[in-house]
Design a protein around this ligand. Structure first.
Ligand code: G4P
Length: 526
């Protein structure tokens, strides 16, 4: 047992994720209200770069400022320290969200009752499944008309490929929404539309108690009883360990805007959600309660002030205690570093901290020493595994538009890639650089930042590609053969791994057929 055990066990580090507009920001704000971290609704300005397809640059610049402040929101709630990690709302920044998921111990997924499971939710859940992250689902906007709750649960199971278990159940919806029955606590929670007011719960150990009718009327009482009977019959008993293994997702219903069902969610969350979990490094599994500090960089936030290239590197502490001004090893460089002004994020304030524990996120001011995935330790040679890169969806050649600034351009590209803005592939045939992104917006981000932070000008040239596949084979001859045949389409990624750039789905299928000994991977780790 570690001397820090108590501190570490009380931590709950998680992210709220959703498809844009499902209510992530609203829910976050309500959680902060309960934590006493803010005192009025409306205080959290989301970091969401408004979701419209258009890319308004000034808006993004503005939002980037806000998003440092809201990157991590920490507060104390009933002896627990809750760390909420914010994720960008705009889908073009999905990679950022994926990376943030490497730093959390659990996730709350918000789903809009009317819209059901949407594209972004599906992708995010894929990452959670890959990492076996425990997930709680919050079905939001019950004050609006939407899908039948049973149908929605089926949809979640099917589309997100996870078993569900309702822990609360709505009583009607939309204008007729009466409230929820909290199955977990066996309490009736009646709805009054209000943005600030928290409703009183009424204990109902037995919903067959005729008093139920006094509260919600005979028809709804009958319906609720039969719904609950159905739930108990169809869904397995809720088991915390199954949830912790990532095999079942408890579901809550409510309305974040009306602060309804949120406290139940939070109360249950702090009870069942995991404290910091062991993390697999390349060398071994690291237990959070080990005495020695270890951590990794999961996000780098570039400077707002273009005149100084300084960033904040966000560290997830994986084990032990981090101390200000102590010496830590930057494993990739093999050198010692000291940090005199690490910051923590309490509520919306950023402040220098003297110590932090496993589960916490700290920000380290950085001038280009870090890249995503870097490990810091008390001295051990350890490497945490990052999240694999996914094949980008869009590709463009990047060309230098100012011959005098070639050096700046290369440096800028390299640092932006370290920060994880996009992926770089170098064509092995002609040496041209190709940038791959998940959204159109990234190209504009890169161009703008190259100019403003590095004084370099780039221009984009179209290249028609379908996917980037990392290739491998036990058969060296086949591999060499493939590379020769496809030499025009072979590239190296930033780590020097072989990548095949397929220009169409058809070509890729043909390649897979013609070269059965070669494995084609759509993520960089396999
Ligand atoms: P996001 O971060 O997931 O993108 O969603 P956000 O919280 O910004 O919510 C998106 C919209 O949905 C907001 O309306 C918000 O007020 C509304 N909303 C959130 N929760 C509920 C709910 O429980 N019931 C209802 N009826 N609406 C909800 P907006 O018009 O886009 O913004 P605003 O002007 O109201 O802030």
């Amino acid at each position: 047992m570690s001397q820090y055990s108590e501190e570490i066990k009380r931590r709950r580090t998680f992210a709220i994720v959703s498809h844009p507009d499902a209510g992530k920001t609203t829910l976050t704000e309500k959680l902060l209200l309960f934590g006493g971290a803010i005192h009025v609704a409306g205080a959290v300005k989301s970091n969401k770069i408004k979701k419209t397809a258009t890319s308004d640059w000034m808006e993004i610049e503005k939002q980037r400022g806000i998003s440092v402040a809201t990157s991590v929101m920490a507060f104390d709630y009933e002896d627990h320290k809750v760390n909420i990690l914010d994720t960008p709302g705009h889908q073009d920044f999905a990679e950022d969200t994926f990376r943030t998921l490497t730093a959390v111990d659990s996730v709350i997924i918000v789903i809009d009752i009317a819209k059901g499971v949407e594209a972004q939710t599906r992708k995010l859940m894929e990452v959670c499944r890959m990492r076996k992250t425990p997930v709680i689902v919050f079905v939001n906007k019950m004050d609006r008309d939407g899908k039948d709750p049973f149908d929605l649960l089926d949809e979640i199971e099917e589309e997100l490929q996870i078993k569900v278990r309702p822990l609360s159940w709505p009583i009607d919806m939309g204008q007729r929404f009466k409230g929820v029955y909290n199955i977990y606590e066996k309490k009736l929670d009646l709805y009054t539309p209000s943005k600030q007011y928290v409703t009183e719960k009424i204990g109902f150990d037995d919903i067959n108690n005729p008093e139920l009718e006094d509260h919600i009327g005979i028809n709804l009482a009958d319906k609720l009883r039969s719904d609950i009977e159905l739930i108990e019959g169809v869904y397995p008993e809720f088991d915390v360990n199954t949830y912790l293994r990532g095999d079942i997702a408890p579901v809550f219903f409510g309305s974040a805007l009306n602060n309804f069902g949120v406290k139940e969610l939070l109360d249950c969350f702090i009870k069942i959600a995991p404290s910091p979990r062991p993390i697999q490094a390349v060398e071994r599994v690291v237990d959070p309660e080990e005495d020695n500090f270890t951590g990794f960089i999961f996000k780098i936030h570039a400077n707002m002030d273009p005149n100084h290239r300084s960033c904040i590197a966000f560290v997830k502490i994986c084990s032990g205690r981090f101390e200000r001004n102590a010496n830590y090893k930057h494993v990739r460089f093999g050198k010692q570093m000291r940090f005199s002004s690490p910051t923590a994020f309490m509520a919306q304030k950023k402040e220098t901290v003297d110590e932090a524990f496993a589960g916490d996120i700290i920000g380290l001011p950085d001038t280009g020493n870090f890249k995503i995935g870097d490990t810091l330790t008390s001295g051990e040679e350890l490497h945490f595994k990052g999240l694999p890169s996914f094949s980008p969806e869009m590709f463009k050649y990047i060309e230098n538009a100012d011959p005098m600034k070639a050096k700046q351009l290369n440096k800028g590209i390299e640092q932006l890639m370290d920060e994880g803005v996009a992926q770089l592939f170098t064509n092995q045939f002609n040496g041209r650089k190709i940038i791959g992104t998940v959204g159109q917006l990234q190209f504009e981000v890169i161009q703008y930042r190259l100019l403003h932070e590095y004084g370099a000008q780039c221009k984009w040239e179209p290249i028609s590609l379908y996917k980037a596949c990392w290739i491998e084979s036990d058969n060296q001859v086949a591999l060499e053969n493939f590379k020769k045949r496809k030499s025009q389409y072979m590239a190296l990624d930033k780590e020097g791994r072989d990548v095949y750039l397929a220009d169409s789905g058809y070509v890729l299928t043909m390649a897979q057929q013609d070269f059965p000994d070669i494995k084609f991977h759509f993520t960089s780790e396999f």
